[in-house]
Design a protein around this ligand. Structure first.
Ligand code: WT7
Length: 638
């Protein structure tokens, strides 16, 4: 670890130890100080009020504090950095880019907030945002927060059905979208997808359509509203709504092991405190630096590290509309040079895809501006870590491998540059105040160097507060497996130095290119097709995506298993959920391995998918052990 890092870090090794000790000795004081980084209309006197126990289950942070998120992200920077760049926008086409100062961002957000009000949006209303990666996506989020509306951003890759499900789940009466998106030179028909979704959402009253490509869109009279004329007429003044710390800020849908996606709800004070603090600490952010997180705002990474964390800290955040391989596979590195990016945060799947192209596309760029690299979304294999470090960072940039979840709001486990010695592939140590524990399947606490299931024994300010509309599901999903603890769903190893190595999900969630998918969701899409009798989906190791999607499908009697049908089913899932959920492999199977009580034995399916056929384990408890022979014999690609 270069000396220079330790000298400049917000928190060096001694500072880390001191913070860990202080949060033990004086949790109230510690957490009060952390929240002090925000501008409060009324500073909180109540700090932490949490119980994970069933009888008295509640999670509240800074409960009597009052603040506004957009005022923290914009207004409070105006006195001293109004002319600093808040957002650098880099379009899909390298010829398209734009810089937006804090003053301009503030004006745009106020205009959009006033437009939302004029369309009937009120405090507490849920507003669905389905947008391309343009500055207006961030304005829309901040405009909602300004007036106390709760946003639900849906990733632009989701299908009309997925949009409809999310709109209905949270009773959203307002949608903000764009005419079209543009990614990798391809058009994404956003408005058309919304139109299709809304055929089953009669509750939606207004759709605000932002101009991106200028394409003509079909107007549904009385419902659809073009944004620009309203924006031009709107005032640039919109007083921020005072919000309670525990008032909802946003809902973000994420996949679980069962049922439909869950609306993860985050609140105002704790979430912003956590996004802002971790952005400064983990990335060692300094005023004036250019920060680029390559995620989409449709995922939590985009919420916390494109919009809320950086803007709360007065940073310059880069919003990139495109993809890593368009027009060429040098694009990331060219954007870094063009905008002199200092901190770059991306996903292992992108690195693995770019690694395949060799060092040439990287070497032809300078990357001299880079000083810190980050990784997020899935375990980073040491090979990709080392390539990132040696080729992209030329050996001079530390890598922060950040472990967290939609549910955790922002980072929980990460090295701190200058404080933590790095080990390739390990997210290293918990941030101060984050209390990890490893337990076995029965919940017995494991000590020392050991593998187990990763839990948190205590709360942190950025923790999700509920599953929207289903508080019982919140408790059942996260707090019932190991009573008194939050269970992450991840497996994890702790080494002899106390470093944590996340090994991946231990539930029926798979992580495909950093996108989280419930196997149940894909199965339900498959059985929704009229030829499918039954389906079981598992993940399998995939060189680029981390995990691929392997689907076992039993067809209805009399339906022929053809290549054409395979293609049809893949297209069907794309259309039902979104392109990123398309199965990589479909294996037709006359029967699935089931216990006598009818439960599918996924363990066996995983082994078949992984091609680990010598380790199928005990199959004698199956209702019909012979189905396994067929699965092995007809293994796709075997
Ligand atoms: C799951 C959460 C973190 C925000 C983006 C994804 C996996 C995430 C890491 C990491 C190993 C990681 C976990 C986690 N994961 N970061 N650095 N190392 N695994 O958020 O969609 O809610 O997914 O992503 O399995 O549970 P998400």
């Amino acid at each position: 670890m270069p000396e220079a890092w330790a000298r400049r870090a917000h928190m060096d090794a001694a500072g880390y130890d001191a913070a860990v000790a202080r949060v033990e000795a004086d949790p109230e004081g510690f957490w009060r100080d952390v929240a002090g980084r925000l501008d409060w209309i009324k500073a909180p006197s109540q700090i932490k009020d949490v119980s994970f126990d069933k009888a008295d289950f509640h999670i509240r942070w800074y409960a009597d504090g009052v603040l506004n998120v957009s005022a923290n992200c914009l207004d409070r920077h105006l006195p001293h950095r109004a002319d600093d760049v808040a957002i650098i926008w880099e379009g899909d086409d390298p010829a398209d880019s734009r810089k937006i100062t804090y003053r301009e961002a503030h004006e745009e957000v106020c205009r959009m907030a006033n437009v939302l009000k004029s369309q009937g949006v009120r405090k507490g209303d849920r507003v669905t945002i389905y947008m391309p990666m343009i500055p207006e996506a961030a304005y829309a989020m901040l405009a909602c927060s300004r007036i106390g509306a709760v946003h639900s951003v849906i990733f632009g890759g989701f299908s009309p059905d997925s949009i409809a499900g999310r709109i209905k789940d949270c009773d959203s009466r307002f949608v903000i979208t764009a005419d079209e998106g543009l990614r990798g030179g391809k058009i994404v028909p956003l408005k058309m997808n919304v139109d299709l979704a809304l055929t089953s959402c009669p509750g939606v009253e207004k759709v605000l359509v932002i101009r991106r490509t200028g394409a003509h869109w079909l107007e549904h009279g009385g419902r659809d509203v073009a944004y620009e004329p309203l924006r031009d007429a709107a005032s640039t003044d919109c007083p921020p709504e005072p919000m309670g710390a525990e008032d909802p800020l946003f809902i973000l849908y994420t996949s679980g092991s069962t049922g439909k996606p869950k609306g993860v709800l985050h609140t105002t004070g704790g979430y912003l405190t956590w996004a802002s603090w971790t952005h400064e600490l983990v990335f060692d952010y300094r005023a004036g630096e250019i920060f680029w997180c390559t995620a989409d705002v449709g995922w939590v990474t985009g919420h916390s590290y494109i919009v809320y964390g950086p803007l709360a800290n007065g940073a310059t955040t880069l919003i990139f509309e495109g993809v890593p391989n368009y027009p060429t596979t040098s694009r990331f590195w060219e954007v870094i040079d063009k905008h002199q990016v200092e901190i770059f945060y991306t996903a292992p799947t992108a690195l693995r895809a770019l690694m395949r192209e060799g060092e040439g596309p990287v070497q032809k760029t300078s990357r001299k501006s880079l000083r810190l690299l980050g990784s997020v979304g899935e375990p980073i294999n040491p090979e990709a870590w080392l390539w990132y470090h040696r080729v992209v960072g030329e050996g001079r940039c530390p890598i922060v491998d950040t472990w967290w979840q939609t549910e955790t709001g922002a980072c929980l486990v990460s090295p701190l540059p200058g404080a933590t010695a790095l080990k390739p592939g390990s997210a290293s140590k918990p941030l101060p105040g984050v209390k990890l524990q490893l337990v076995d399947a029965e919940g017995v606490v494991l000590e020392g160097a050991v593998s187990g299931n990763l839990c948190l024994t205590d709360s942190w300010p950025g923790q999700m507060r509920t599953v929207y509309g289903d508080h019982q599901r919140f408790f059942d999903t996260y707090f019932s497996t190991y009573p008194g603890k939050y269970f992450t769903g991840d497996g994890c190893r702790r080494d002899e130095d106390g470093y944590y190595w996340i090994t991946g999900r231990v539930d029926d969630v798979i992580n495909v290119s950093g996108h989280r998918l419930g196997t149940a969701e894909i199965e339900s899409a498959l059985v929704g097709h009229h030829v499918v009798a039954e389906a079981a989906v598992v993940g399998f190791p995939h060189d680029i995506k981390g995990q691929g999607i392997y689907a076992f499908v039993t067809l209805n009697v009399g339906v022929a298993a053809t290549e054409e049908l395979r293609g049809q089913l893949v297209r069907w899932v794309r259309q039902e959920i979104g392109p990123f959920a398309a199965p990589d492999v479909i294996q037709f199977a006359p029967g699935l391995p089931k216990t006598r009580s009818g439960k599918i034995m996924r363990r066996i399916l995983r082994k078949v998918a992984e091609n680990d056929l010598t380790n199928l384990g005990d199959t004698t408890t199956l209702a019909d052990p012979s189905v396994v022979d067929d699965l092995v014999k007809n293994r796709a690609g075997a």
